[in-house]
Design a protein around this ligand. Structure first.
Ligand code: UDX
Length: 439
């Protein structure tokens, strides 16, 4: 919404939320999320074309186009628990719009939703329509965290799905016009609603599948003496495969991949396609395997015990340049180590201590975890260092200094293949990465 407000000077964008604290934060100097470049954009157009408010009713009444951007977490209860998307917030939004709107509206699904959700939204709106006309569009978001601003500025494509009726096509055109302010028209794709909804889940499933595929190969590399980064480079130069999303890691995280694949799996089962469901579920299973495999390797390398050993964890976010920890592989690795009674000391440049403790399910005063202000404090007297997020600043650390402050042998496990292992070995580390077999 900030990008639309930034690019379309003749539109007013009002972002509303029921959470007063969050809206206050968006109106303050300290925005509630860290995202490179976002501060400048928000501060540049706030109060001019971009407004943040908790007055939901007024915003709905005044809007021509309403974007529904509420969260759709994996259901934790009832039918489909652990897999299906929880649509209660979406439904509440739809009911609110039906209750408050005084004239015709275009309602845009921005949240990632199961296929055919637009139909439910439409039914809720139409059964309460009182003569008003609602058009439902699907406009999934493909930005990635950490690069959101550049992704929005130069999207590979914008996807808009809508009814293929005259009213539906007119609504699509209205939204096309908004994006066409800065996105080349040929990069704005229009489809029917279902294709658009399904494309979002499929895009995320394909991206995650590439990571699980290269991670599967990383295990084989370790067993055979191949180097997964060399394999990834070699296959990535095939123009049919391409080089992106082939970086082997301790496992993918983030708020989307797992949730969307689980959702896809659930949909397949719902539509009586168990083989298709099992195929996609394999992507999640491989990711779980990769996260736990990393922990197991640490333990076996460290003489089969990490009990009472200090393990320094560098990086807790699910990837660099974000403070987001949702589904971060670091959570799983730390939990596995805590289970083995390790003493874990964590440093991340952006994630707060409170967030880490919440993610690990431990209290403020639980002594098994220490959160440190920098990497040197975290690694002092440690038996092992783990790299779990690929923050650039970790490449610039003084590893000689770190080595000299550690217990020997000093182990280093690079879960992101970020560092130069040969250089670390020269310093004296027992260093290993992902998918790097010793030939
Ligand atoms: C993803 C999609 O990229 C985006 O299009 C969609 O809109 C939302 O979901 P995001 O979750 O922000 O975006 O992050 P992304 O960059 O895709 O990374 C996801 C996870 O995969 C991270 O944990 C990352 O470290 C990991 N990853 C990514 C790898 O392990 N290897 C890779 O080659 C790429």
């Amino acid at each position: 919404m900030a990008m639309i407000a930034h690019k379309c000077k003749d539109h007013a964008v009002t972002v509303v939320d029921i959470n007063q604290a969050r809206i206050d934060a968006w109106n303050s100097d300290e925005l509630p999320i860290f995202e490179p470049g976002l501060d400048e954009i928000v501060k540049g157009c706030r109060g001019k074309t971009l407004f943040f408010s908790t007055d939901i009713d007024t915003a709905i009444r005044e809007a021509d186009i309403i974007f529904m951007s509420v969260n759709t977490p994996t259901k934790t209860y009832g039918v489909g628990a652990g897999r299906a998307a929880d649509l209660r917030y979406i439904e509440k939004c739809a009911r609110k719009i039906a209750e408050v709107a005084e004239d015709d509206k275009i309602v845009v699904e921005k949240s990632t939703l199961p296929v055919r959700t637009a139909e439910s939204i439409k039914r809720i709106l139409e059964s309460n329509s009182k003569g008003r006309k609602f058009q439902i569009l699907s406009n999934p978001e493909f930005l990635a965290e950490g690069t959101a601003v550049t992704d929005l500025e130069n999207p590979d494509r914008v996807l808009i799905g809508g009814d293929q009726t005259p009213d539906g096509l007119a609504a699509i055109q209205k939204l096309v016009d908004v994006y066409a302010t800065w996105v080349p028209r040929e990069n704005i794709l229009t489809t029917n609603v279902w294709s658009s909804e399904l494309s979002k889940l499929t895009a995320n499933a394909f991206l995650a599948q590439r990571i699980s595929s290269i991670n599967a190969i990383s295990a084989l590399c370790e067993a055979t003496g191949a180097n997964v980064d060399e394999v990834a480079h070699a296959i990535g130069t095939d123009s049919r495969i391409g080089p992106k999303f082939l970086k082997s890691s301790v496992g993918f995280g983030g708020s989307c991949f797992q949730k969307d694949i689980l959702n896809l799996v659930y949909l397949c089962e719902h539509f009586g396609l168990p083989d298709v469901a099992a195929y996609w579920n394999g992507v999640i299973e491989m990711n779980d395997y990769q996260k736990h495999r990393f922990g197991r390797r640490i333990i076996s390398t460290m003489f089969n015990t990490v009990s009472d050993k200090k393990i320094a964890v560098l990086g807790f976010a699910f990837k660099k340049d974000t403070n987001d920890t949702r589904e971060s592989a670091a959570i799983y690795v730390c939990k596995d180590l805590l289970e083995e009674q390790a003493q874990v000391s964590i440093y991340d440049p952006k994630v707060t201590e409170a967030q880490m403790r919440r993610d690990l399910g431990i209290s403020e005063d639980d002594p098994s975890v220490t959160v440190c202000a920098d990497a040197y404090e975290a690694t002092k007297d440690a038996h092992a260092v783990l790299i779990l997020t690929e923050w650039d600043e970790f490449k610039a650390l003084d590893f000689k200094k770190i080595h000299d402050s550690m217990n020997l042998p000093a182990f280093l496990f690079d879960g992101r293949n970020l560092l130069d292992l040969d250089a670390l070995r020269k310093i004296g580390f027992e260093a290993s990465g992902i998918g790097r077999g010793e030939a």
